[in-house]
Design a protein around this ligand. Structure first.
Ligand code: ADP
Ligand code: MG
Length: 710
């Protein structure tokens, strides 16, 4: 009998050919991989629908019946495979458009099938398109999957993700089910030792690991399945948090950070003489948290979350001044040229005659100018350098870089964060990451689980909440009239169009015809219009952007290139065309471009007449609330974690079972426990933590991935 670590080939019923496909199609190399190939749904043998009882389109159904007919119909692109399923109450049509020749061969008229799918209505009749089909074995077959092995008859059968190639090798859902049954029958509980301390299992009433791994594949009932799922989700989230928090603890213990004991002239003079406003309570609190980090002697790795307009720039600048007061240099890095320049001019103006040398470096700074900056940086004569990711190139060297601030983190990868650390041979500079994309708490705990988090949860006073309305083509004239009124008051207006790669050509056309229509309705010389989109040369983009920033143009027609960070306080109206095509977080970011001054600001969401249910919910959410965190939570619920802005490339959000949109409670509990454990037993040396230590060590493969992100 093979063990869990044996090559999958040696499991009874596999062999070299199937092993090959399992590896290629599902990444299953050893028996353990197969054990962790979890079902994506279960056939509840107690719950079959009767064909006669189906009345609604969209309903998910499971029938059991005989396949009565199977034939190819239609020609060319309309060619399809049509079948009829009969149960004792009626007949249901089944339709396939893809892989039809293969399906025609593998399905047999006259056999009994379990059919799962969603009801469609077509020409007044119901059918199911691309149903999942599973043959019901004749009773004599004695397939062990219909038994738990101890004679109890089963009501739940697992259905596994499979592919055409696997199906062709006999590894459809049923084939996989058989293999996993064989595997589970052949191993003992000792091969799947418990990973959690008993006290944790008791505290959270968790099933044992052995029980859970058996039940996740072959649950006796819903209750058992729920218990197994909860146990395995907890394990998944708990060990992830334990790893992240260990990284954090170790870093604090081993990476020495520069100590900034002094608050000196730069900071104090700036605070008392230059800062043009009183800091909000939240800004003060976050600055205190940063200050505490900087005095500790370990490297700071902190994330500052703050909605657009919450005043992160002032926090960044004052943090940099703390470094300067202790004789160190500081950087502020932004994701785009425009943003970097905006920071540069803001900060240059804010520091005034404080005696701070502020430099600028981006890909656009070339030749002698660049060399001059590089020399000054190396000599320590530039105190603060602001720029783009050009700052992390190898050839940029500092005299003594003490802190790096990264604005709008979601555009920077983890590697880039790490690259900054190498900039000072004397030690790792402190790192402060700032993001204006409010991230749901569960995501933050995972994506930034190794960072300390501060939240600026208060807006500067005197801001009026932005008024958001939903409009369609019928209101076009009124919307234009409103734009005219606002412009007459001296304000400026953004008009934003969607632009995505897949429909780029059409999107660009839309944008251009929108621009032309606006140029007719808002003619020169009274009105001037800027246009910015991704297909323009950077220099042209900048030029147009600057015209708007300086107030030479009243309307800015643009794509989402203006999404992040651009600050034109005089702009009071944001019109978003085809708003239904934007994600919630993106809409929120765009809306954040207005409402930056003292004036009442407006966001107008233009959509078509017909909206999908989800599109409608997004628009309604925007109209209802200005709270970025609430919006982010809704976005997470509607679109799932993989689609949240800036997380797409993150492998960290790939879970076997856990779902950050739904399992917030389990995650919070797991993180709390993990924090508590590491506080009391940082090296997990206590006897009751031996299981944790062993499990962390055995998951070496994953551990390597984890060390890469730190
Ligand atoms: P963000 O967090 O989006 O980067 P900014 O730092 O650009 O926000 O700040 C937005 C605007 O609010 C700026 O014009 C800034 O001068 C102003 N501001 C920041 N903090 C305060 C404050 N405490 N009181 C009044 N205005 C503030
Ligand atoms: Mg900002």
């Amino acid at each position: 009998m093979p063990t869990l670590d044996s090559n999958i080939e040696y499991l009874k019923g596999v062999g070299p050919q199937r092993a090959e496909v399992l590896k290629k199609e599902l990444g299953i190399f050893i028996c353990r991989d197969l054990l962790f190939h979890f079902p994506f749904r279960y056939i509840d043998r107690t719950k079959f629908h009767k064909i006669r009882d189906v009345h609604n389109e969209g309903e998910q159904v499971q029938f059991r019946g005989i396949l009565r007919r199977l034939e190819m119909v239609g020609e060319g692109r309309g060619r399809r495979l049509v079948g009829s399923l009969r149960d004792e109450t009626g007949m249901m049509e089944l339709v396939w458009f893809q892989a039809i020749h293969w399906l025609e061969k593998s399905l047999t008229v006259g056999k009994e099938y379990i059919v799962f799918g969603r009801i469609n209505e077509f020409n007044g009749r119901f059918n199911i398109t691309h149903p999942e089909m599973e043959e019901v074995p004749p009773p004599s077959d004695g397939e062990s999957a219909s038994n738990t092995g101890n004679g109890v008859s089963r009501t739940f059968d697992p259905v596994y993700p499979s592919t055409d190639k696997l199906t062709q090798k006999g590894l459809d859902a049923r084939g996989l089910r058989k293999l996993i049954r064989t595997l589970l029958d052949g191993i003992s509980a000792a091969e799947l030792p418990e990973t959690l301390p008993d006290y944790l299992r008791e505290q959270f009433k968790l099933a044992s690991r052995w029980e859970a791994l058996n039940s996740i594949h072959f649950p006796a009932n819903q209750q058992e399945l729920d218990a197994a799922t909860r146990r395995l989700k907890f394990e998944e989230l708990f060990f992830l948090q334990l790893r992240l928090l260990q990284i954090r603890t170790r870093r604090k213990d081993t990476v020495r950070g520069f100590v900034f004991p002094n608050i000196g002239d730069y900071f104090n003079t700036f605070y008392t003489e230059k800062l043009p406003f009183e800091l909000t309570g939240a800004q003060k609190r976050v600055l205190k948290e940063i200050r505490a980090d900087l005095a500790k002697g370990s490297q700071m790795n902190r994330l500052v979350q703050g909605d657009v307009g919450s005043g992160k720039t002032a926090v960044a600048l004052m943090t940099m001044l703390m470094a300067l007061d202790n004789g160190f240099q500081a950087t502020l890095m932004a994701p785009t040229e425009i943003l970097a320049q905006q920071h540069f001019s803001n900060i240059t103006e804010l520091v005034g005659d404080l005696g701070v040398n502020v430099g600028f470096l981006s890909g656009a700074v070339k030749g002698k100018k660049r060399q001059a900056i590089l020399d000054l940086l190396a000599a320590g004569e530039i105190h603060i350098v602001i720029g783009t990711h050009a700052l992390i190139e190898d050839w940029v060297q500092f005299k003594n870089l003490g802190i790096s601030i990264i604005d709008e983190q979601h555009r920077f990868g983890v590697e880039q964060r790490a690259a900054l650390w190498k900039k000072n041979p004397a030690g790792a500079p402190h790192v402060l990451v700032m993001t204006a994309t409010p991230i749901p708490r569960t995501l933050a705990m995972t994506l930034y689980g190794d960072l300390d988090v501060s939240v600026i949860d208060e807006m500067p006073p005197g801001r009026k909440p932005i008024t958001t309305t939903h409009r369609n083509e019928h209101h076009r004239l009124r919307v234009q009239g409103f734009m005219r009124e606002e412009i007459a008051k001296g304000r400026q207006v953004y008009v934003v169009y969607p632009m995505i790669e897949e429909t780029e050509t059409m999107d660009l056309q839309n944008l251009m015809s929108g621009f032309e229509a606006l140029s007719r309705d808002f003619p020169p010389p009274q009105y001037q219009i800027s246009i910015v989109h991704g297909k323009m040369k950077p220099a042209d983009k900048d030029f147009e952007m600057q015209r708007f920033v300086k107030g030479e143009t009243q309307i800015m027609v643009a794509t989402t290139v203006i999404e992040v960070g651009v600050n034109v306080p005089n702009a009071s109206v944001m019109v978003i065309e085809n708003a239904e095509r934007f994600g919630l977080s993106q809409l929120h970011q765009l809306r954040g471009r207005v409402g930056r001054g003292a004036e009442q600001s407006f966001c107008i969401l233009m959509t078509g007449f017909k909206l999908s249910a989800e599109g409608r919910e997004r628009i309604q959410t925007m109209v209802r609330t200005n709270d970025g965190f609430e919006i982010a939570e809704t976005d997470l619920r509607l679109r799932g974690p993989g689609n949240i802005e800036g997380t797409q490339q993150s492998g960290m959000l790939r879970f076997l079972l856990a779902d950050l949109a739904r399992d917030g409670q389990i995650l919070t509990a797991a993180r709390e426990v993990a924090t508590h454990i590491l506080e009391n037993d940082p090296s997990l040396a206590a006897p009751e933590h031996a299981r944790l230590r062993r499990h962390l060590a055995s998951e070496g493969k994953e551990a390597r991935v984890w060390s890469r992100i730190s």
